[in-house]
Design a protein around this ligand. Structure first.
Ligand code: C2G
Length: 129
C-alpha cells in the first residue's frame, strides 16, 4: 500500500485543488489529506469562508481522496506521516523546499500549481459581485 499525504485548507474548492488531488492520487494507492481547521487557518493568517466540517465533506466526496484528518499545527506533519505510514508527502510548488526536512522519513514532492485560479482570487471576484 503506497500512501500519499498532503495538507491544505481547500477553501472554496476549485479546479486547482481537484487537479492537484488527481495528480497526487496517481502517485500511489491511497491519498490522505491533512485539512487545516478553521482555528489553524487563523494561525496561517487566513480566514476560511467554508467551515471545516463542510470542507471535510467536500474532500471526502472527491473521488481522489481516501481519508481526511485535522491539521491543527505546523509541527504535526512528522507524527502524521509516521501514523499514516506515508510513502510520499507532496504539496503544490508554492511550498517548494519548505518541507525538505521530512525527507528522512518520506519522499517529498512539490507539484506545479494550476495557474490562474486560487481561493484568494475567488474571494476577490465574489466581493465584486
Ligand atoms: N493548489 C494548486 N493550484 C492552485 C491552488 C492551490 O495546486 N491553483 C495547491 C496548493 O499548492 C496546496 C493545495 O492545493 O498544495 C491546497 O491549497 P491551499 O488550500 O491554499 O493550502 P495552503 O493554505 O497552502 O495550506 O501545512 C500546509 C498548509 O496547510 C497548506
Amino acid at each position: 500500500m503506497k500512501t500519499v499525504v498532503t495538507y491544505g485548507t481547500f477553501d472554496l474548492f476549485h479546479v486547482g485543488h481537484v487537479r492537484l488531488l488527481k495528480r497526487l492520487k496517481s502517485l500511489g494507492d491511497k491519498l490522505v489529506v491533512g485539512l487545516s481547521t478553521d482555528e489553524f487557518n487563523l494561525v496561517k493568517g487566513k480566514k476560511t469562508i467554508i467551515p471545516y466540517a463542510d470542507r471535510r465533506e467536500v474532500l471526502l466526496a472527491c473521488q481522489y481522496v481516501d481519508d481526511v484528518f485535522e491539521e491543527n499545527t505546523w509541527e504535526q506533519k512528522r507524527e502524521d506521516l509516521i501514523r499514516e505510514q506515508a510513502t510520499i508527502f507532496a504539496m503544490g510548488d508554492d511550498w517548494a523546499g519548505k518541507f525538505d526536512d521530512l525527507q528522512d522519513i518520506v519522499e517529498v514532492l512539490y507539484l506545479p500549481r494550476t495557474q490562474d485560479i486560487s481561493t484568494t482570487e475567488l474571494k476577490t471576484v465574489i466581493n465584486q459581485i
